[in-house]
Structures are given as structure tokens and as C-alpha cells.
Design a protein around this ligand. Sequence first.
Ligand code: HEM
Length: 495
Amino acid sequence: MALYITFLFIVSSLVLFYFFVLNQKPKGKLPPGPPKLPIIGNIPQVAGKLPHHVLRDLARKYGPVMHLQLGHLSTIVVSSPRLAEHVLKTNDLAVSNRPYSLVGDVVLYGGSDVVFGNYGDYWRQMKKIMTTEALSAKKVREFSGIRDHEINNMIEFIRSTLGKPFHLREGVMQRNNNIICKALFGDHSKQQDLLIEIVEELVVLASGFQLADFFPKLKFLTAISGMKSKLTKVHNELDNIFDELFRERKIKRQTNGATEDDLLDVLFNIKERGGLQFPIEDNNIKAIFVNMFIGGTDTSVVTIEWTMTQMMRFPEVMKKAQAEVRRVFKGKQTITEKDLEQLVYLRCVVKEALRLYAPIPILLPRESREKFQIDGYDIPVGTRVLVNAYACSTDPEYWDDADSFKPERFEKSAVDFMGRNYEYLPFGTGRRICPGITFGLNVAEIIIAKLIYHFDWELPNGLSPKDIDLSENFGVVADKKVPLEIIPTRYYPMS
Ligand code: HEM
């Protein structure tokens, strides 16, 4: 009996807590949205489905700005280029925070990184360092030796397995990870493999669609789900690896002096040079490194896989892109950024693949730090703001035959990657725009160019192009559910 009374007491306390503390309705006129269930709100309408698809479908019914209640998260979803511009340009500052995230808190040193960190002077300083010093076009050029080495090894490997199926994602992922790791801290294969393993685990945990993510105020859910202890374990493992790398590097710098061979040196130099408004410590560098791992590993690989998939689906596109690459690269041993600039058609193909299959189809969530208005609706402080870039890049008002793959649409178009066209935002826009555009695109374009320059490709088991499975997965990035396997049939240039 005593147990029963205690149970009733706990349940009724939780219900009262929910109604009086957690369930306070925001004031003002919110945008329309689908009907909401008590407590869980709209979770059933989105859970377990591909969010960018389901949100695009809902927007077609409820309008380009919708309000959803995802557990505790009062969320607006923006799904048209006109309103994306209104939010991400006109009100960029008002929505430049990130929502609280347990991953940021536990793994990224209390959100002292660029991805999860809130907008403010410290964040601005760190983003500037990332954009202008670590990932600048000049720095990206300086890493061309690393890229060439890794990609040429991959080409040699594929050449040695001519006629056998090549698992594109695995083959490319390993090379891309090597490129990122070497750019960050040189050649340290032992730590590198371990780091990649841990970051992969983190990417799954960070997907943001776990039950506890929808109820951040119910702290016990993160404990019950084991989320906090998993993240703490990941954090400790990462921290130990970085400590070891940093210790070795400090000893090396004492003996050999400061160099600028990799990004660890670049950031140590900035730290030692001083003069910053917020002096940086080792933990700040670690946080930025984790960002570059997460930001740089899967995204380029997903871009490569979808672009190759589309070229396998449309042989005439492959033929045209291949003819261009073979004309431009003819006789060249190394390929420079200048050569890439001449691959005008290939860039259209990559653009079109990113239009339909961007690795981050819903831009990373933002949170309003000031109230603002959109189309006559009131958006209070603390609202989660999602921009469905996929809905914008397939909006029939802006794109003819929007769901079809047609690279030629970019041949006469000035739309680029820089976030100036709100109907096309594969790298986001505004204060939160991706700082790795040049790095990511360079890797993706050189790998694709070399794959189609050196090899002719076929589908395995007599599969026809129209049978290629186009299903998507959704995690932090939207990748291809069934990995692409293709057979290299002929090496070019033939000797
Ligand atoms: C094809 C490759 C890539 C794609 C498609 C991509 C896409 C994106 C997108 C859509 C965002 C969110 C922007 C927003 O919310 O407005 C983002 C943010 C970010 N990306 Fe990338 N990215 C790529 C490569 C990279 C690389 C190579 C790095 C670093 C090495 C990187 C680092 C970051 C960081 C740090 C952020 C957070 C920026 C912030 O919050 O201010 N990305 N990326």
C-alpha cells in the first residue's frame, strides 16, 4: 500500500510539473502547424521518418513556416527560399544561437566549439580563426600534397582490382579521413584510426533524434537512456588521444621550433602569439579539431557517393563529364585547383547532386536569441529554428522539374555555393555558414574527377541504371542507405 501511494504521488507530481512548468504556451501568434498530441506534441509525425522529406510534405499542407511542438521543443520549420532569406539574412543575428545540446556540453568542452557554441564574442573569434587561418583557400592549397598522395594511392588500389566491385564509400572514406587527419596533425596512424572510430560513434550519438533530445528539461531521461555516460566516455577517450598528440607536438616544437606543417602547428602558433581577446587553451583547440572531424569526414564522402550514383544512373551525364575531364587532364600527372576550375560541367553535376542530396538537408538547428516576426507570426526567444534546405532546393516555384536530376540547369545559372541564393543552401548561409566549403568541395571534386578520368565504370550483377536504390539514411548527415558498389572496367590513359 505504501509503495502504491508513493507511486501515485510520483505520477501526479510529474503530471503537475508537466502542466504548470513545462507546458507553458508561448505568447503571441505562432505559425500554423499539424495537430499536436499532449506531452509529445508532433513527435509521432516526424519520428522514424526522413525528416527533410516528411517536413517538406507537411509544409506543402501547412505552409512555408510551420510550428511544431517536438516534446519540449517549440520549433519553427522554414521551407521556402523567400522565408529562408527572411530568417537567415534579415534575422540572422536573432537566430544565430544553437539550441542546448548535451553533445556540445559533454563532448565539446561546454560548447566552447564553433558548431555547438552560442553566438557571442568568443564564438566570433573562434569562427574567424577557423575560416581565415585554418580553412582558408591558401591553407587548403597548401594541403594539395596530402590530397594528391592519398588520392593517387586510392587510384593505384582501384587499378590493381580492375574488374572487381569497388565499395565506393569505404574506399573513399578511408582516404578522406587520412586527408583530414594529416591536415590536422600530420602522420600519426595509431591515433588516427582510434580517433576516426570514436568520431563515428559520436556522429551516431549526435544525430539529435533520440527521445531524450526532445525532452531536455527532463534530465532523468538522459540518465535512463545512458546518453550522458556514453558521451562522457567518448569525451574522455577523445581527450586522452588529444593529450598524447599535443604532448608529443610540444616536445617536437621545443626541439625543432615552430613550423606550419599542419593545423595543430597553426593553432599552437596562434595560441602562443597571443593578443587575442579570449586567449585560447588546449581545450579550445581540441574542440575545434572535433568540429573539423565531424564537419569534414562524412560530408565530402556523401557528396562523392551521391554524385557518382547519379552519374551511374544517367550514363549520358557520365559520358559528358568524363569527356570533359579527359580533355582537361590529358597528359597531366598532377591536378591543381586551376585544372578543377576548367571542369565546368563536372561542377554542374556536383551542384545538381548537392541540390537533391545535400549531406545536411536540414541546416543545423538554430535558436532564437531575440524575438522576431515572420510573415505576421511571432517567434519568441528560445524557439528552435529549422530551415529545410531540401524543401528550398526542390521548390517548384524556383526550379523547373524540381525533383529530376538535370545538371544542365546550372550551365547558364549564377547560383553558387556561397549562401547568396536561398533556393540553394548546401553549405548553409549567414553567420553560421560552413567554414569548410573550399576544403570539402576540393576533396570531393578532385576525387570524383580522378575516379572518372582514370576509369570506366559499370554496375555489378547486370544491374540496370534505373534499378539503383536511391533510399536515404538520416543521421547527422543524410547518406545513401544502400552503399554504391561499382566495377572499374578500364584504366585510362592506356599505356
Ligand atoms: C561537401 C562538404 C560539406 C558540406 C556539404 C557541408 C555542409 C555544412 C552545412 C549545411 C552546415 C550548416 C550551416 C548552417 O547551419 O547554416 C555546415 C556547418 C559547418 N561545417 Fe560544413 N560542410 C562540408 C564540409 C566541411 C568541412 C570540410 C569542414 C571542416 C573541416 C566543415 C566544418 C563545418 C563547421 C565547423 C560548421 C559549423 C559552422 C557554424 O556553426 O558556424 N564542413 N556544414
